[in-house]
Design a protein around this ligand. Sequence first.
Ligand code: TRP
Ligand code: SF4
Length: 400
Amino acid sequence: MFADRVLSGMRPTGSLHLGHYHGVLKNWVEMQHQYECLFFVADWHALTTHYDSPEIIEQNMWDMVIDWLAAGVDPAQATLFIQSRVPEHAELNLLLSMITPLGWLERVPTYKDQQEKLTSKDLTTYGFLGYPLLMSADILIYRATKVPVGEDQIPHLEFTRELARRFNHMYGREPGFEEKALAAVKKLGGKKGKLYAELRTRYQEQGDDEALESAKALLDEQQNLSHGDRERLFGFLEGGGKMILSEPEAMLTVASKMPGLDGQKMSKSYNNTITLREDEESVGKKIRTMPTDPARVRRTDPGNPEHCPVWQLHQVYSSEETRKWSWQGCTTAGIGCIECKQPVIAAVLDEQRPMRERAQLYLDDPTLVKNIIADGCEKARKLAQETMREVREAMGLSYS
Ligand code: TRP
Ligand code: SF4
């Protein structure tokens, strides 16, 4: 149905706020119409850093799923599931660990960075070192072709691609690949077969790219090769074989420029957030008490919007007309700050209203959410099991 399969996960470590909505969730909602999408709660990933406070994960988990649904993620279009309910991820993680060089993990930048940043936690654990590997298992088990992630996750995607390549290189040969490839060389006929073999050797032993191109051209000219033999001969040239795991492509989610209540980026750690479904009164109060241009001490002092975090919210939420009104009013002391904040409050509440309404449905009947997740887990598991059958077979574990 869809050529591309999108997979993304989110760690349930805190409540979602408007920064998540503008940065990630809006994007998910758009993608669900264009691609086959799988979205999951990365609860095991949350444990890699929050192993000492698992209660946080449980609390946040269902809230997070409700936030997704509230934001418009549609379970009729996208598959929603929980990582730990698809234990095949752990099996693939284990099997991939056999071929993962330690150095690859140690070199992933987040490993050292996070250890230095999160000093209150001991992250010198096996689980934390393995974070990118577990993420690779998440991705590769669904043969996802596109993975929307933030900038900080790009090295993990690169790691995943390299691991897929290594796996395919080691295990991607169908049983008897070599023999079948050699038989196909014979079928090319004496002269052409000999030329193919020479070109292949030149490429493999001397890295001669021209030889590779000539060999490919030679294959392109052959009209009476079967499809299978053609693929084998192409694979044989580069030493490859069957592609069991496919290399995913990162879709960079442009970092949300969503400003928080203090003008810094909205983030739980800056304590400057408005949560996705925060109640109306609290939203009003937070915005009304936001700091403004510090130079505007009295109502009669003109201000400079460039020095005001409220102005940044106008950039996200206001029409050109409203922005003009605010700029004019501020710089001429024509309006007061409370007045200037009103349209922002109204716009945030308008944005949240449908989310609050959708969420209410699920809060009133939690079994709806449980059922959505149960369905999603079942679907995801089927896909994961298919891949695992091939992986086990490739690694010599399909005893009968
Ligand atoms: N590491 C991701 C993050 O912190 C979450 C995640 C886990 C993920 N597994 C994934 C994202 C697989 C995409 C695909 O944002
Ligand atoms: Fe900020 Fe608006 Fe007050 Fe100017 S009038 S300082 S832009 S809140």
